[in-house]
Design a protein around this ligand. Structure first.
Ligand code: MN
Ligand code: MN
Length: 464
């Protein structure tokens, strides 16, 4: 079965050019002009099916390296499981996610990986892999890291916040040393959890219980401090460092300092920190709870700094931190106390359109710059560059046809997340995703889901 996507503008991280793309047996066979394709494959392979992409941009499938599906949090479970979450992902052009399997204290990494496979296998609409969050550092965990790499888990996560998840500094240091041994990469949630817990206790004791106190008790300097601590330990250990969901100018300064020292720092931010500000927490009633995520949304000055970093090429990947809870019944658990609001927001469906609209349609960056952050860099960081991340012959035919002229307004009423609100309600996008191919399967057609459940587990290689 061959498919030819014709007359589009092909965009990868390194170049943009008009041309056609030929898919054969789920793999990209050739890209280029009609003549180039004919010369490369001969007249017999013009495509059993042809798809007209005139006026559209043709992108490699997007990779979201930071999601939480079917995850228990604060006595409830995320609104999206792997089925609904990956269907929303695919409709937005995301053809692979890397979700966080998380070790239980007292449990093993193998047990956590088994649990997450049980939640995801057979359900996913797009391809998927797992990072492993390490929460219990001991001799067995150390040995298991090597076995994880064998099982295709080459990236890990640790927390500087949250009881039950966080590691102490010596453990963080040991884990970083081990990363160097196995060629793995460690991402860290950088907030000084014990200190912000103190701020939260003080706020509640003083009767400050509304969602507006969420950002006030998670100040920027506690992100900057944790980024600094993480990067200095990574320097000591000689390991690369992945700063997840960067949200502040303070953290960015620490990253610049580490890079100036010669460290390899991989920086992730998210659409919500670029498109929204903390003013949303002052919405009337309990509305602000919809935006309770950690780190919180920040003031305009931080947002400006992140935009400057994005334009400078200082941000490597844009992920969602998709972690959805319904407003009714879930966010409402914190109606009398903001510390009881489950942390997180939906976003996996809208990352590409929000960022295309805010960054490319406004002329801040080129489409190829965006594709580096949505596809190429995550593919390299998370060890799937041999298969994914660009429109290159031999790679998986994960392909997005994007119509930049389509007029679309994001709303809870038209989203596919299993969630009763979206933080981007009313956001008017420049264009929308028209068609998506997953390893050559025409899974989204005319903006509608045609095939689901086709996602495969991807055993990942080391970062390159
Ligand atoms: Mn986090
Ligand atoms: Mn997260």
């Amino acid at each position: 079965m061959t498919i030819c996507i014709q007359n589009g503008t092909l965009v990868s991280g390194d170049r943009t050019r008009p041309g056609d793309l030929l898919i054969e047996d789920g793999v990209i066979r050739q890209v280029g002009s009609d003549e180039e394709i004919l010369a490369a494959v001969g007249p017999g392979l013009s495509g059993d099916r042809s798809i007209d992409a005139a006026g559209c941009l043709v992108f490699p499938g997007f990779i979201d390296g930071h999601t939480h599906m079917d995850m228990p949090v604060s006595g409830t479970v995320t609104a999206d499981d792997f089925r609904s979450g990956t269907e929303a992902a695919l409709l937005g052009g995301t053809t692979m996610i890397v979700d966080f399997a998380t070790q239980d204290r007292g449990g093993t990494l193998h047990e956590a990986l088994d649990v997450w496979h049980g939640r995801a296998d057979g359900k996913c609409a797009c391809d998927y892999g797992f990072h492993m969050a390490v929460t219990d550092w001991n001799a067995r965990t150390r040995r298991e890291l090597h076995e994880m790499a064998q099982a295709g888990v080459t990236s890990f996560k640790a927390y500087y916040a949250y009881d039950g998840l966080m590691l102490r500094d010596p453990e963080m240091y040991d884990l970083l040393c081990e990363m160097r041994e196995i060629g793995g990469i460690l991402g860290v949630h950088c907030e000084n959890g014990p200190v912000l817990d103190r701020l939260r206790e003080k706020a509640v004791a003083a009767g400050h219980t509304s969602p507006a106190w969420h950002p006030r008790t998670r100040p920027a300097l506690l992100e900057g401090e944790a980024v600094s601590r993480f990067l200095r330990l990574a320097d000591l250990a000689g390991a690369p460092a992945w700063v997840v969901h960067l949200s502040t100018a303070d953290g960015l300064q620490e990253i610049r300092a580490a890079r100036a020292r010669g460290q390899q720092v991989l920086v992730e931010s998210c659409p919500q920190y670029l498109a929204l500000t903390e003013e949303v927490y002052d919405k009337p009633g309990f509305e602000g709870a919809k935006y309770v995520c950690s780190p919180p949304l920040r003031p305009q000055a931080d947002r400006n700094a992140l935009w400057q970093a994005l334009e400078n090429g200082e941000i490597d990947i844009l992920s969602t931190d998709h972690c959805s809870f319904n407003f009714k019944g879930q966010k409402e658990m914190g109606q009398d106390n903001f510390t009881k609001i489950p942390n997180g927001m939906p976003g996996i469906e809208h990352r590409p359109t929000v960022m295309y609209t805010a960054a490319v349609a406004t002329g801040r960056i080129q489409a190829s710059d965006l594709i580096r952050m949505l596809a190429e860099n995550p593919a390299k960081m998370f060890g799937v560059w041999d298969r994914k991340g660009s429109l290159t012959p031999g790679k998986d035919a994960d392909v997005v046809i994007y119509d930049p002229k389509a007029d679309f307004t994001i709303s809870a009423a038209n989203q596919h997340h299993n969630c009763d609100y979206t933080p981007f309600e009313g956001f008017r996008t420049a264009g929308s995703v028209r068609d998506v191919f997953l390893r050559g399967i025409h899974a989204v057609q005319g903006g509608a889901l045609r095939r689901t459940g086709c996602g495969q587990y991807i055993a990942r290689k080391k970062m390159r």
